[in-house]
Write a protein that binds this ligand. Sequence first.
Ligand code: CA
Length: 238
Amino acid sequence: MRNEIHEKIVIVEDDAGIVKFLKTTLTAAGYEPIIAETGEQALALISSHCPDCVLLDLGLPDMDGNTIIEQLRSWSRMPIVVISARTMEEDKARALDLGADDYLAKPFGKIELLARIRAALRHTRTAAEDDGIAVNGIYRTGELEIDYRKLRVYRAGKDINLTPNEFRIVALLGKHAGQVVTYKAIMRELWGPLAGKDNKILRVHMASIRRKLEPNPDEPVYIITEIGVGYRLTEDAP
Ligand code: CA
């Protein structure tokens, strides 16, 4: 059993069935869930408890969950994982671009839920340690190794020779490993705030990255496409 202090997670959800599932799952995993059924309740509970993470439904009885993301981001970097039945790609991208850390489409299972929460929690921790990857400068998943000091990426010990822009894309995904990074966020990182809206150049870069990095570029195992939203570097690569 874990014996550290239980991490608090505020669940913002108005569906009683889902609340029950989340509460049971999170408690069993050693977290301390706190329930809010409306947006107003959520904002009050979040400011009084300062939780380690927020699980947020977008369709709330009294407000749009995106409003909560905007309000929280005006004063806090606490991880927000959106859980929503809205499956439109624009909805996902909007929540992420407003500052949500990740997005889980309903229905989802326990394993996926817990993995996303762990990734969100770890990311705040490493961000707090000034990009924890920098502790040894290396991020590893499966046979992949991103070396942030040498600005190199290796697979099975072999340098895959990324171009500088390709490296920047992979480096960014590595800093958010396990989380989806939107096209917009990647383009902003690469080309600044004036980046265009067209993802075409990004897709071209990604095709080249995958040819170098994936064992089989047609069936990527390291960089997964979240269609219409962005890319996710898997943490549990084989
Ligand atoms: Ca709802």
